[in-house]
Design a protein around this ligand. Structure first.
Ligand SMILES: [Zn+2]
Length: 107
């Protein structure tokens, strides 16, 4: 997973980059996050998460018919990722917002 800092309106923010073309994901609705599972056990062997632009950079994830590959690709819309990440951090959206607000410089 490629994360980048981007400057916008004098503020830095964290954005996703595409693991294939390395460009910034400007529209999360047109991107996926993807991972590989073992074809036999459906376990996630590496636990690595990739992000790809859909329809242009995600071709590798469409190659699941090759049974010579030990692993299968699975994916979900990138727009679902923030909720998954918050869940993994045991945070609610409100807690995350509160912590972000505490980091903002005071005027
Ligand atoms: Zn791309």
């Amino acid at each position: 997973m490629l994360l980048k800092f981007a400057k916008e309106n004098q503020k830095m923010r964290v954005v996703f980059g595409c693991d294939f073309c390395h460009r910034v994901i400007s529209d999360p609705a047109k991107a996926i996050y993807a991972w590989q599972v073992d074809r036999k056990t459906l376990e996630i062997p590496e636990g690595v998460i990739f992000v790809f632009h859909t329809n242009t950079c995600d071709q590798v994830t469409l190659d699941n018919d090759n049974e010579q590959d030990k692993n299968l690709w699975q994916w979900a819309p990138l727009t679902r990722f923030p909720a998954e990440l918050l869940n993994g951090l045991d945070k609610t959206w409100e807690q995350a917002q509160d912590e972000q607000t505490e980091l903002q410089p005071k005027d």
